[in-house]
Write a protein that binds this ligand. Structure first.
Ligand SMILES: *Cc1c(COP(=O)(O)O)cnc(C)c1O
Length: 395
């Protein structure tokens, strides 16, 4: 599977020098990716929980083609049909009333942070502090990096944006104790994704809702990873009966096309004209992609498939757990993770790739599974065989 000694042409031109395997992904089909040498991989990374419909899904391809033939871009200075329709549909699905459409999860979260700060400025005497979770992840812009609860990121690019307070995830008392006159919002993921799939309890989420209500704070749910079917419901907060004031979506929304959303209740749309925008916001092509994804989730009962395939994966992992010492099986739907007995995550990722299975290891001990929402029962069985062989080969 190696391409030999010659470095991949152009690879030295990508910034940052991140470690990548010596292969070029060339095309995809359903749950499978193919590299330039024609090797096939069962894709349980799913573009990092993005390829909701798998690769080259006919409905998504057709929607992109049709929209590209009509209108790719017209500037957000004009209304466009797909973005109007998407905004309406997202409000209907989430119970929210206002939508900003961007391209990335970080951009949606920037929007949420701006709204929270406006809320503090206009209604709470200038309060601007946001309470967040340790190990929470919100993106890679300067503000969303400051919001992210990774100790290693503190001060990485000089002075951080201030006003972000990180507290232990799940510790309601700590959040309660941290609220002061300077606090304007609470922001968190209902299941921490990058931290290794760490779910919040119902009590914690409801407790935060109550805390925000008592103090006039905004509750911001970052469902960029968990939203839109990933866990078997449209949103995790919705399935838990918690209504946030602001909700962000991304990743799977466009099925691989960059589109994200920040939604809020009507009374929290505090932007004045010019406060928020961007060249590629409310993008027709992104919106058309998202409409195709939402249409497929709806018409093919993909939420049902996510729950069924999720249970199937859960059962498989329980069966493998005793044999290979897997621990802390967790997650729901098709966002799942488990701990390895040793910090061998990257080694297992490499081993599995040789077995034709793509896995993700967000932490040294953790393996995370994020296959497309369309994954079939037979593909899950195939996954089981390949994972077992990979674990066996690890010894
Ligand atoms: C991936 C992710 C983001 C950032 O999204 P980008 O599209 O990479 O900017 C934000 N929040 C959560 C919970 C995520 O998983």
């Amino acid at each position: 599977m190696q391409t030999g000694n010659a470095p991949i042409e152009g690879s030295q031109c990508w910034m940052g020098g991140a470690a990548r395997p010596e292969l070029v992904m060339e095309r995809g089909e359903g749950c499978r990716l193919f590299d330039a040498e024609g090797n096939a991989y069962l894709d349980f990374v799913g573009g990092w929980a993005v390829n909701a419909l798998g690769h080259a899904h006919p409905a998504l391809t057709a929607a992109l083609k049709a929209q590209a033939e009509r209108l790719v871009h017209c500037s957000p200075g004009f209304w466009n049909r797909p973005a109007l329709e998407l905004a309406r549909l997202l409000c209907e699905l989430t119970g929210m009333e206002r939508v900003f459409l961007g391209c990335t999860g970080a951009e949606a979260n920037e929007c949420a942070i701006k709204l929270a700060r406006l809320h503090g400025k206009l209604r709470l005497g200038g309060a601007h502090r946001i309470l967040l979770s340790r190990e929470g992840f919100h993106g890679r812009t300067l503000a969303t990096m400051a919001a992210t609860g990774k100790e290693a990121w503190r001060g990485l690019f000089g002075p951080d944006l201030t006003g972000f307070v990180h507290l232990p995830y799940g510790d309601l008392a700590a959040f309660e104790a941290a609220v002061g006159p300077g606090t304007c919002a609470v922001m968190l993921e209902p299941i921490q994704g990058e931290a290794g799939v760490v779910p919040a309890t119902r009590e914690f989420l409801h407790g935060l809702r109550g805390l925000c209500d008592r103090h006039g704070l905004l509750l911001i749910a970052d469902e960029v990873q968990t939203g839109l079917g990933r866990t078997g419901s449209w949103t995790v907060t919705g399935s838990m009966g918690v209504r946030p004031d602001i909700l962000t979506l991304g990743k799977g929304l466009g099925g691989g096309v960059p589109v994200s959303a920040c939604l809020c209740r009507r009374e929290h749309d505090l932007f004045s004209p010019g406060d928020q925008g961007g060249t590629f916001t409310y993008h027709p092509l992104g919106a058309a992609a998202a409409l195709a994804v939402l249409g497929e989730i709806h018409s093919r009962d993909l939420l049902g498939n996510v729950r069924a395939r999720g249970e199937q994966i859960g059962q498989i992992l329980s069966d493998l757990a005793a044999r290979f010492g897997l621990r802390n099986l967790r997650g729901s739907g098709l966002l799942r993770a488990f701990d390895l007995p040793a910090p061998d995550g990257q080694a297992l990722v490499v081993q599995a790739r040789d077995e034709g299975l793509l896995l993700n290891s967000p932490r040294p001990c953790v393996i995370r599974l994020m296959p497309p929402l369309t994954v079939s029962g037979a593909e899950v069985e195939e996954f089981a065989g390949r994972l077992a062989r990979s674990l066996e080969a690890m010894g």
